[in-house]
Design a protein around this ligand. Sequence first.
Ligand code: MN
Length: 716
Amino acid sequence: MIRQHDLVEKVKSYDPDADEDAINRAYEFALKAHGAQKRASGDPYFSHPVEVAYKLTRYKLDVASIITALLHDTVEDTEVTLDDVEANFGKEIRTLVDGVTKLSRLEGKSENLNQAENFRKLLIAMSEDLRVLLVKLADRLHNMETLNFIKSPEKRQRIARETVEIYAALAERIGMRGLKDELQDLAFAELYPEARESIVKRLDFLRKEGQAELDKTLSSIRRKLDEAGLKTVEIHGREKRPFSIWKKMENKNIEFEQLSDIIAFRIVTDTVAECYQALGVIHAEWHTIPGRFKDYISTPKSNGYQSLHTAVLGPGQQRVEIQIRTHEMDEIAEYGLAAHWAYKQTHKNMKDGKQFRWLRELLEILEKSSNPEEFLENTKLEMYHDQVFCFSPKGDILAFPRGATPVDFAYAVHSGVGDTCVGAKINGRIVPLRTKLKNGDQVEIITSKTQTPSPSWERFVVTGKAKSEIRKYVRTSQRAEYINLGRAVLVKTFKQEGHEFAESMVEPHLPAFNKKTVDDLLAEVGEGLISRQQVADVVIGEKKPAASPGLLSSLSNPFRKKKSGGHTPMPIKGLIPGMAIHFGGCCHPIPGDRIVGIVTTGKGITIHTMECETLENYSDAPERWIDVAWEHDQTDARHIGRLRAQVSHEPAALATVTNVIAKEMGNINNLKITNRSIDFFEILIDVEVRDLKHLNNIIANLRAKEVVQSVERYQT
Ligand code: MN
């Protein structure tokens, strides 16, 4: 086990100003927290965080990263809380440890590896700070090194696969080639031990056989470069890693013998100019192999990798692969982002850093930033910050724009799921449909075949798909409503005129209304755009506009007042028997609304609609949420629905409104004029209804009235 002193000395070797005391405190804190815990290997658990911390010193990471590594498993695996961490080491360390802990909780969740790309994005998005990702990668490396102590072969295989698909790929993404190679080879040994064994053996053989050849090639390259005056240049012969040989054999379907590029030569220079100079020397001396020259210096790879690649027929007429790059490019190829970070601390006059495209913008800010906070800001991983990644119950990962809600999620799964969505659970807890999704959330959508989309969803969804599906639904259902209403209105009007209404009667007159179908006409009658009298006049023939302005209201109908029962029967499913219930005065839920119960101490349960904005006050108290639904076959229970209407300011307008409601068996409980102008009244009406369908029916009938400008359900 690495000793405390060694770790501290190692950090001080590259950062003489390092806060020695803080590292020592973190070391002792973690040692105490892990206590007698053991690893699968039988070693004290504490040996693991120390190893992880020590690995990070290779990348010359700052003290905060080293401390985070030491503490990285304390919150997840011991009694220590994030508050303890903050109290002892401050806010920055708290944030970093929290980040690593969150990533650890995602381990083993990536079973669906055809979604590896989304999973990698999720990890980056959740890391937020580059150092979190680096600690996690070092953690994975040490776990892979000790993988053989895990007893279950299935578990070992799963971890190894995840390592290749997720963590090695992430290391490559941020340009950490050395770490990527190590992770891949450790996983390779677990997944394909025989294949690896045979590749390693043959490499051994080739190494012995080819050593003389290799030396010869090395010395002749060196001689040519010397002659050209490139004296300080370094040359190495470098063997490919077993895993990348295996990948090549697998992908290109070629045999081991056909692999010419087991050994690659690398020329490392001081300046970019020398790279091209060395390339000129090589190309002048030996025949180039066509199609193998690549200039990643002028066009770096997306992870920042820069180098010249070429292949020639070398001395002895065998293929020789050569990479040419500067020292800095070489270090970046090995350590990636981390190298840059360390570089920044030690080499202030680094000009070539700007070539590092991956970090270019970040570095520019870095160059301008003078204070430490600003510098810290810049270690943030800005990628994917406008996206969130969530799990389906099956473990699929879906990506959304930031601000997306469970309704967006439902529509992303399937438009049918969105249309019948009644509720959602995030990480097993029921939540309001307007809740904003967070990275890593597991989202489960609750559907019911009898439910339909609510127009109010449009106010909070963010994806185009959800928006357009909801609009489409609202449009078609509104149209269906208007068509039915239009038909009903015409049936009555025609009857009054002494005719039996039939659609076939209207059909020949469609051109007169400039309509293509009967439904189009009925819809406009229902919406009040075409008056029923107009239709009657055209279809039945010239007849005096009978003195019947408001037809429906003129049909005699007694204002039937129903007695509201003394107590409300309990129409709710999912409640504890005997628990008192109230209906939210804010949203006035009625059967048919999607609802949720909120436990109020001493008051029982208050029922709100899922869309109610009041629910946001309870978003931090998921334990108070109760999953409830309306009990069906409830007939006599009455509920209050609140409507807001704008009515023309003219005689009998209010009477028309109350008549319509009475005729539709709604009982007006309260009516209040909230606004009065020359042209119209704005009124709030509380109506006792059976359910949502009943209320919607009243709304549709009110809309058909000419005096009613607009009417809608009013929920605060
Ligand atoms: Mn760990």
